[in-house]
Write a protein that binds this ligand. Structure first.
Ligand SMILES: *Cc1c(COP(=O)(O)O)cnc(C)c1O
Length: 391
């Protein structure tokens, strides 16, 4: 046992406890959904990514159970050895149809999908340009990639991006990578303008639509659909762990040749087990429900607007936006933690505060998220609780 490792770990933990940044995850004792249970008490969950209320939907649960009964618990193999099952191919076809691409490839997470996409598409002669507020999975994927140039452009700054691209003409490939919906701000990337820029500079546009798929666009087909550019993004990634059933898994959706190349060389697919088949079956059912019940998406947006409007009417200042993410900046990390505790203990509302290092110190926040399975009364209760602890 290395004594130094243990004392250094203990010291790091103590420092976090002392400055109020130690995270204590709530432990759920019932399924994910607008109503769950923590510490033996019912809670109203206003911070999950279960946007369409499908994580505990009986049809998604039944499809997952059916999957485990037909195919067993796991794949015991990577995709290319003997880990590709019929439901993987069916899910990939349905995902590609949903997001408007010719093909798709699944991974055990969108974290892996982003790592695979960037590592595969970027070599030493590639410049990658990444939005400053991109998700951690993209930041890390760029960091560990072999890309010869790594540029972080200011959030949503098209002029800065234009200028950066103009200076990178000599590179063999330029890849612009952005979130579709930004997870901490709840705002969206300006996709038509990004497409125009990328075409003008002969750059590849990669969009991670994890918070957009199932949420954005009247049909829930994602941010490209919402902005009228369905099928025009070069490489799309997304998660199955949010609106699409909430279990786990991610995908890359792209032209057939790109997906085939990824399936040949992407290391998270070559050297790591395939998505568990029951999970693939559940996700596929979630996609089917989304296609057949687009009214869930309308309901989600009705609730998200209700949250925004109600908070504003009560004198609070949620960040503006048209997604299902409603952030309220509360200042320092320790304050966010205290308010979170009070929300849960006094008001039965589960909203985990986000502080440093997830967001910059001083901009700690609550990220409220609507769920299509909430009632209007649920939204009112969340607003009342937030107002009570913010006062
Ligand atoms: C949540 C999220 C991910 C990670 O998804 P997993 O499937 O849980 O790994 C990746 N990118 C973005 C933008 C996300 O919001």
């Amino acid at each position: 046992m290395n004594a130094g490792l243990r004392t250094a770990s203990a010291a790091a933990l103590k420092a976090m406890a002392d400055n109020g940044t130690l995270k204590v995850p709530p432990v759920l004792e019932a399924p994910q959904g607008p109503r769950s249970r923590v510490g033996g008490k019912d809670v109203l969950v206003a911070c999950s990514n279960d946007y369409l209320g499908l994580a505990a939907d009986p049809r998604v649960v039944a499809a997952t159970v059916d999957g485990v009964q037909r195919y067993g618990a796991g794949t015991a193999s990577v995709r290319f050895i003997c880990g590709t099952f019929t439901p993987h191919l069916e899910l990939e076809r349905d995902l590609a149809n949903l997001v408007g691409t010719a093909a798709a490839l699944t991974f055990v997470s969108c974290w892996d999908a982003n790592a695979a996409a960037i590592a595969t598409l970027a070599d030493q002669r590639t410049a990658v340009l990444s939005d400053a507020l991109n998700h951690a999975s993209i930041i890390d994927a760029v960091r560990v990639s072999r890309a010869g140039r790594k540029v972080v452009y200011p959030h949503g700054d098209l002029a800065a991006l234009d200028e950066a691209l103009a200076g990178l003409r000599e590179w063999d490939r330029r890849i612009v990578v952005t979130d579709g919906v930004f997870s901490m701000e709840g705002d969206v990337a300006p996709l038509p303008a990004l497409i125009e820029l990328c075409r003008r500079h002969d750059a590849v546009l990669m969009v991670d639509d994890s918070h957009g798929v199932g949420v954005m666009g009247a049909d829930g087909r994602g941010t490209p659909s919402d902005q009228g550019v369905l099928g025009e993004i070069d490489v799309l990634t997304g998660t199955l762990g949010k609106a699409l059933g909430g279990a786990a898994g991610g995908y890359i959706a792209a032209p057939t040749e790109v997906v085939e190349l990824l399936s040949q060389v992407a290391r998270p697919s070559l050297f790591s087990n395939a998505l568990p088949v029951p999970t693939a079956c559940g996700a596929r059912e979630a996609v089917r429900i989304l296609r057949e019940e687009p009214e869930r998406v309308a309901r989600l947006h009705h609730l998200a607007s209700g949250l925004r409007d109600g908070l504003r009417a009560a004198g609070l200042d949620p960040l503006p936006g048209a997604t299902a993410i409603v952030p309220i900046i509360v200042g320092d990390t320790a304050r966010a933690g205290r308010m979170s505790r009070e929300l849960r203990e006094r008001h039965g509302v589960l909203v985990t505060g986000f502080g440093y290092p997830v967001v910059p110190e001083g901009s700690a926040r609550f990220r409220l998220q609507a769920n299509a399975a909430m009632t209007d009364d649920d939204v009112s209760a969340v607003i009342d609780a937030i107002v009570a602890v913010a006062g």
